[in-house]
Design a protein around this ligand. Sequence first.
Ligand SMILES: Cc1cc2nc3c(=O)[nH]c(=O)nc-3n(C[C@H](O)[C@H](O)[C@H](O)COP(=O)(O)OP(=O)(O)OC[C@H]3O[C@@H](n4cnc5c(N)ncnc54)[C@H](O)[C@@H]3O)c2cc1C
Length: 427
Amino acid sequence: MDFSWTESQQELYEGALEFARSLGISNVPSTTRRGAHFPENSWRKCADFGLLGLSVPVDHGGLGLDALTTARVVEAFGCGMQDSGLLFSACAHLFAVTMPVIEHGSEQLRSEVLQRMASGEWIGANAISEPGAGSDTAHLATRAIRAADHYLVRGEKCFVTNGPVADVFLVYATTDARAGYMGQSALLIPRDTPGVSIGAAYNKCGLTNSPLASVHFDECRVPLHYRLGKEGQGTRIFARSMAWERACLFAAFVGAMDAQLTKCIDYARTRVQYGRPIGANQAISHRLADMKRRLEAARLLLYQACWKHDRGADATLEISIAKLAISEAAVESGLDAIRIHGGAGYMKETGIDRALLDGIGSTIFSGTSDIQRELVAHRLLGTLRAAPIKNLAVVRAKRHDTASEAGAPQSACSTAAFNASAAARSQ
Ligand SMILES: Cc1cc2nc3c(=O)[nH]c(=O)nc-3n(C[C@H](O)[C@H](O)[C@H](O)COP(=O)(O)OP(=O)(O)OC[C@H]3O[C@@H](n4cnc5c(N)ncnc54)[C@H](O)[C@@H]3O)c2cc1C
C-alpha cells in the first residue's frame, strides 16, 4: 500500500492551499448576484483557478482529475479558505449538479451547459428535498408530467443550496407515482424557465456565505433532452451524485479540521495560565491528541472511499463510513477547539465557533448521520443491497408486473423503498 502523493498531486495541493489562503472572508458579502448577497468576486476567482472544474473532463473545460486528487485539492481549499460557505456552494455546484450532467446528460445537453458550469458562468443547484420528503426521498410530491416533447413540472423544493443565485436547477421529480423510488426522474431546469420562482433565503447557523432557499416550480415546461439518464433513473442518478458529493465535498471538512488543529496547537503553546502554557495540562494536550486522531482517521477513510470510487467499484459502504466519520469528527473537534480557547473560543470575533456550526450542518446535508448509520448497519446485517443501474429496468418491470397482478399501486413504504432512499441519501 502506497500512501504517498505524486509530484503533480503535491503541486496541485500546495498551489490550491496558497490560492485559498489568499482569499479573504466577509460575513456579509459586499457583492450580490441576482439580488442576493453572494461573494461573486471570490466565486469568479475560484472558477478562474479551476475549482469548479476539478473533476470535469478536459474537453468540457475542466481539469479532468480523479476523485482522490479532486478530494485532495478540495481538502487544500478547506484548510486554507476562510469562507467555508462559498467553498460549500462551489462543491455543491460541482458534485451534485455538474457531475450528474457529465455522467448522465445527453451529448446535446452537455455541450449546452458544461462549459458554462465549469467556468462558473452558470451556478448550479441541486433540488431534491421537499417539505414532506427529507431523508425519505422515495416520496417526492414534485411531479413531472410527460407531454409530446416536454415535461410539465410542478412542486416545491426546500433547503436548496445556491437557490437564490443559481442559473440552473437539477430537480428530482416523480414521473411514475406507481413505481415508487423507481418512478423518479432527474431534470435540469434553467432558472429563466417560466414558472420558476425562488422563495426567501433561509437564515442558517453556519456556512454563512452559501445562500439557501426554497424553489417553486409552477407548470414549468422542460424539454425532453433536459432529462438526465432515462425516465425512472432519478434515484440512481441522485445516489451517484451523492457519492461524488460525499467523497469530495467532505474533504473540505477534513481540510478545515487540519487548519483548526494548527490553530489550537498554537493557542495551547502560547496561552499561559498558572505560569505555564495551557498545553502543559493533560486536559488540553489530550484534547489535541483526540483531535489529531479524529482528523487522521477521517482523512484515511475519505482517501480510501475516493480510491474505491475511482476504481468504479461499489464504494457505498466506504463513502458512508467516511461521511459519518468526517462530520461527527467535525462536531466533536469543533467543540474541543472552543473549549481549548476558553472564553475567546465563544466569541464570534475569533471565528473559532465557525467549524462547530459548519460541522453540525455536515451531519445533516448529503444524508444525516442517522441515515448513514442505517445504511452501514443494513450492509452489516445483509439487509441492504445496492441496485446497480443495469438491473433497475428489470426490477422495475418486475414491480410493474406485480403491481398489475395485484391491481394496486406500488407502496413506497416497503423495505426496498427505504433501502433505495437510504442508499441515495447515504451514498
Ligand atoms: C446546510 C444545508 C444544505 C442543504 N442543501 C441541500 C440542497 O442543496 N439540496 C437539497 O435538496 N437539500 C439540501 N439540504 C437538505 C438536507 O438534505 C435535508 O435536511 C436532510 O436530508 C434531512 O432531511 P430533513 O431535514 O427533512 O430531516 P428529516 O428527514 O425529517 O429527519 C429528521 C430527523 O429524523 C432522523 N431520521 C429520519 N428518518 C430516519 C430513519 N429512517 N432512521 C433514523 N433516523 C431517521 C434524521 O436523521 C433527523 O435526525 C440541505 C440541508 C442543510 C442543513
